[in-house]
Design a protein around this ligand. Structure first.
Ligand SMILES: [Ca+2]
Ligand SMILES: [Ca+2]
Ligand SMILES: [Ca+2]
Length: 206
């Protein structure tokens, strides 16, 4: 005889629980996927904005920001993240009467906790109220890599997932030439937090 009590049998209940479990799993997978996609497109659009800012710096100064501030200011901080810090300093500089970038506050960090001396900070006349040598970070919290074309072939130390790692300019495997040969390179380590010099899941300008 069938159970006529109107409730669920144990088997039916287990099936319903299993279905709910599968749906919840799918839901969280889809949520993870859409967060990842959102972060990637945020990184892409920040990189496009950075490119515009760096191009504007070049228009006013006749050159892109150097990969280290040492050449211009005799000061390179602690040697970590020097390209990103130089890019940020130039984008934030009002030395030519304007600054070049609308910084998203949550992406400004000073992960390696270095700072600029007072003379250089005055010379740069940046929009920040202190001397902190900031980095601009991607949606995963890692600084973008910035490199001037004359430094392609050199290795630079950058903070990634809390530790210093070495990076060098990205090259096309097909043509064995550097990407953006006469400009500069900007890229993010991407969702996996591992630098692949602009390849793999790295988010880059190319
Ligand atoms: Ca530094
Ligand atoms: Ca710093
Ligand atoms: Ca990567």
């Amino acid at each position: 005889m069938q159970d006529q009590r109107g409730g669920f049998t144990l088997v039916e209940l287990l099936v319903v629980i299993a279905i709910i479990g599968v749906l919840a799993g799918l839901g969280s997978q889809m949520m993870g996927y859409s967060i990842r996609k959102g972060n990637i497109s945020a990184a892409e659009s920040e990189i496009q904005r950075l490119i515009l800012g760096v191009e504007a710096v070049q228009l006013d100064n006749g050159d892109y920001p150097p990969t280290s501030m040492e050449e211009e200011y005799g000061f390179s901080g602690n040697g970590l993240n020097s390209g990103n810090e130089s890019m940020v300093a130039h984008l934030a500089s009002r030395a030519k009467g304007r600054s070049y970038f609308d910084f998203t506050e949550e992406y400004l960090e000073n992960l390696d906790t270095d700072s600029l001396d007072n003379d250089s900070a005055e010379q740069i006349s940046w929009i920040f109220g202190d001397n902190q040598l900031r980095e601009y970070v991607d949606p995963w919290g890692n600084p973008y890599v910035y490199m001037h074309n004359r430094d392609y072939g050199r290795e630079f130390s950058v903070t990634c997932e809390g530790s210093p790692v070495m990076v060098s300019a990205g090259q096309s495997e097909k043509t064995a030439t550097y990407f953006e040969p006469i400009r500069f390179q900007i890229w993010s380590a991407g969702p996996d937090g591992v630098h692949e010099n602009g390849k793999g899941d790295d988010v880059s300008q190319w």
